[in-house]
Design a protein around this ligand. Structure first.
Ligand code: C2E
Ligand code: CA
Ligand code: CA
Ligand code: CA
Length: 275
């Protein structure tokens, strides 16, 4: 198979072959799920910290396997990334998220995760522009979330990609901020509209003085650089209160809503606009 081209250092270990075969099965089934409607998107609200008003949603992909049940993205996204299936999957996510958001009565934002491999695609801006045109979604409503890993593979290419996406009117958020190798250098070199403080820090603001200092520092950094800051993984009222006191702009987390099918948010997307 063509996916095997990279396995030049194959070791003849039967257990490994089995794992490899299992992964190949999942890869094949994932491609089938994409083609046959086995994937869904869930949506998680992002709210203005001070008012709790919903500003938009992050789209998160879900896969319900016919026999294995629901498989978490932390399992199948890395696999899809490895096998290249992520390109097809990512295109499906983008198209589905944009066409969904285009139907809402309220012009809320929609944030879509882009994987490192998608970020290698030279024609990504054309692909996204095509999807925006096709769905009628205003580029101002689309936000792309990227991680440092996506950028590090090829910094100069990533920079030119981000510039082209921004030129289309799309905004760019740096995801999982603080967990990479060189978050500060990345901030200096890239014109991000937003940074998302990783939930590993946010979840500990009440229990770890260090985490509280880190979150406070990232908020100051964002403020001084003129970059919006979102705190992700907010689970408690105490965490919310801390973040409001520290003047965080936007919050996301189970406290405000778990990722769910968009039907659960019908009154938000179709009802009277809050803001
Ligand atoms: P992420 O982009 O950092 O997404 C946020 C993850 O945190 C989601 O997990 C979400 O359900 C979870 N989360 C949100 N609020 C809370 C909270 O208050 N507490 C806790 N403990 N968790 C919270 P999920 O949906 O399992 O996704 C995991 C990762 O899989 C994502 O992390 C992202 O890296 C990847 N992923 C998900 N959907 C997509 C997609 O459509 N495309 C790509 N490329 N990656 C995706
Ligand atoms: Ca994300
Ligand atoms: Ca994140
Ligand atoms: Ca993550």
């Amino acid at each position: 198979a063509k996916a095997e081209g990279r396995n030049t250092h194959r070791i003849f270990d039967p257990a490994m072959d089995e794992a490899e075969a299992g992964r190949r099965d999942i890869g094949r089934e994932l491609r089938r799920a994409i083609a046959e409607g086995g994937l869904d998107l869930h949506f998680q609200p992002q709210v203005r910290a001070t008012t709790g008003a919903v500003l938009g949603f992050e789209a998160l992909v879900r896969w319900t396997h016919p026999s294995r049940g629901s498989i978490p993205p932390s399992t199948f996204i890395p696999l899809a990334e490895e096998t290249g299936t992520i390109v097809t999957l990512g295109e499906w996510v983008l198209r589905t998220a944009c066409s969904e958001a285009a139907r809402w009565a309220n012009p809320l934002k929609i944030a879509v995760n882009l994987s490192p491999r998608q970020f290698q695609q030279e024609d990504l801006p054309d692909l996204i522009l095509g999807i925006l045109t096709e769905t009628g979604l205003s580029p101002a409503r689309l936000e792309i979330e990227v991680t440092e890993t996506a950028i590090f593979a090829d910094m100069s290419r990533a920079l030119s990609l981000i510039r082209r996406l921004k030129a289309l009117g799309i905004s760019i958020a740096m995801d999982d901020f603080g967990t990479g190798y060189s978050s500060l250098a990345t901030l200096q070199a890239f014109p991000f509209d937003k940074i998302k403080i990783d939930r590993s820090f946010v979840g500990q603001v009440g229990s770890s003085p260090q985490a509280a200092v880190i979150v406070r520092t990232v908020l100051g950094l964002g403020r001084n650089l003129g970059i919006g800051v979102v705190a992700e993984g907010v689970e408690t009222a105490d965490q919310r209160d801390f973040l409001i006191a520290e003047a965080c702009d936007e919050l996301q987390g189970y406290f405000f809503g778990r990722p769910q099918p968009i039907e659960r948010f019908a009154s938000l997307v179709h009802g009277a606009a809050a803001e």
